[in-house]
Design a binder for this molecule. Structure first.
Ligand SMILES: [Ca+2]
Ligand SMILES: [Ca+2]
Length: 134
């Protein structure tokens, strides 16, 4: 697995391969490109997020690491204009995910927060985030 060492590389990872204002998702969310994002695909995204932003490899995103993640999400939303990327700017905010308020977001906390976000957005409950759900 690659370890990205610069914020710019991290931003590129989360951004669409070909930025398009018409895209509903950042380019690497809908892995099978079927027009929807499943929980399995979001779990892959979570793994990539930790590979990219957990720089010290302790299994949690601390304050400095989360700040880089915040910047990357904002950049991705701006670059792609994708509705889900825009939702993720605030939806993945650290105060939503850091449930024990210790200033770090562990893998488990991230998964719990991401699951809540997914469930809230999946309005028709079919397990796929697709246009119409958000
Ligand atoms: Ca860390
Ligand atoms: Ca925590």
């Amino acid at each position: 697995m690659h370890r990205f060492t610069t914020p710019l590389a991290a931003i590129v990872l989360l951004a669409a391969q070909s930025a398009s204002a018409a895209s509903d998702f950042p380019g690497n969310w809908d892995l099978d490109d079927n027009g929807g994002v499943t929980w399995a695909e979001l779990e892959q995204l979570r793994i990539r997020i930790f590979e990219t932003f957990d720089k010290n490899g302790d299994g949690a995103l601390d304050s400095a690491e989360y700040t880089e993640f915040d910047k990357a999400r904002a950049e991705t939303a701006t670059q792609t204009g994708a509705p889900l990327a825009r939702r993720a700017v605030n939806g993945f905010a650290r105060d939503r995910f850091d449930t024990n308020l210790d200033g770090k977001v562990t893998r488990d906390e991230f998964e719990t927060g991401l699951r809540k976000w997914f469930t809230a957005l999946d309005k028709n409950g079919d397990g796929i985030l697709a246009p119409g759900d958000y």
